[in-house]
Design a protein around this ligand. Structure first.
Ligand code: PAF
Length: 286
């Protein structure tokens, strides 16, 4: 595995990969590092879909708000590199902040509307940062397929819309592939931020996903959405979460708020605070 931190060596390595293997497909797995089983599942899925795999690790300052955890976000490049090497990744793309945002950098990508709801409401500017860095990663790596976890459902919806709007990927159905959330045995969605939970908080946290699955079943069974969401909120707070940013039923693609379930693909999404962690999760409805 090559570990590259500058653009020219990346371009040379990618063109060598392409020249050596004709029609071979290239997959990109963008990450911010602190890799866990969820990321490694993306890598394995990438390897199943493409001959060559590039994983990027970049803690993107533009997607952190002023009071967020940029400084303390876990960074463990050497350990991450060992994991990726063992998975047979071809290239680890780990650019510095100066490579991604050179002096006088002035461009931002905004996916209007989709970025204003859910996490976007609580974290203004976050999705501009995500869309900007992901569009740069697509331009740098030019993958045939890019893989993202469904845990960040809003991020996935925004990246799909951006890629379509800006013609960033080839027009294939699976060019932006969402991979189902990987969970701990007790149902907690894997996240680098789970490290912020104390032992007691960690034990309590899976209650959120349990309550979400029950709410999703009740909505499909015909319970009014507002009632199911009220019960869900009460259960999340009773489990020890100190506040809830949102607990919503949304159209899976447009993220339109759904006051009633009408059978279209929908998602139940929750963000809530437990101790120092802000946990997000989502489940399919119907
Ligand atoms: O999901 C993440 O880890 C990040 O938001 C991403 C997509 C790598 C962009 O920085």
């Amino acid at each position: 595995m090559q570990i590259l931190t500058a653009l020219e060596p990346l371009r040379t390595a990618l063109s060598a990969l392409k020249n050596n293997s004709g029609d071979a497909r290239l997959a990109l797995v963008p990450t911010m590092g602190a890799l866990h089983e969820g990321h490694l599942t993306l890598v394995r899925e990438a390897k199943a879909r493409a001959e060559h795999v590039v994983v990027s690790i970049f803690v993107n300052p533009r997607q952190f708000g002023p009071n967020e955890d940029l400084a303390t976000y876990p960074r463990q490049l050497e350990a991450d590199a060992r994991l990726l090497e063992a998975e047979g990744v071809d290239v680890l793309w780990a650019p510095t902040v100066e490579v991604v945002y050179p002096p006088a950098y002035a461009t931002s990508v905004q996916v209007s509307g989709l970025d204003a709801v859910l996490c976007g409401a609580a974290r203004p500017g976050h999705f501009d940062g995500v869309a900007t860095v992901v569009s740069k990663l697509f331009n740098q790596v030019q993958p045939d397929v890019a893989l993202f976890g469904e845990k960040d459902w809003q991020q996935l919806a925004i990246i799909r819309r951006m890629a379509r709007d800006l013609d960033l990927t080839r027009p294939r159905a699976d060019a932006i592939l969402g991979v189902p959330t990987v969970r701990e045995a007790d149902g907690l969605a894997m996240s680098s931020r789970n490290k912020y939970l104390t032992a007691d908080e960690r034990a309590a946290a899976p209650a959120m996903n349990r309550a979400m699955r029950v709410a999703a079943e009740r909505i499909v069974a015909g319970e009014p959405v507002a009632q199911a969401l009220a019960v869900l909120r009460a259960k999340v707070l009773a489990a020890g979460f100190r506040s809830i940013d949102y607990a919503d039923l949304r159209d899976a693609a447009t993220l339109e708020d759904l006051a009633a379930f009408d059978g279209r693909p929908a998602r139940l999404l929750v963000a809530a605070h437990m101790g120092k962690a802000r946990l997000i999760d989502n489940v399919a409805v119907g």
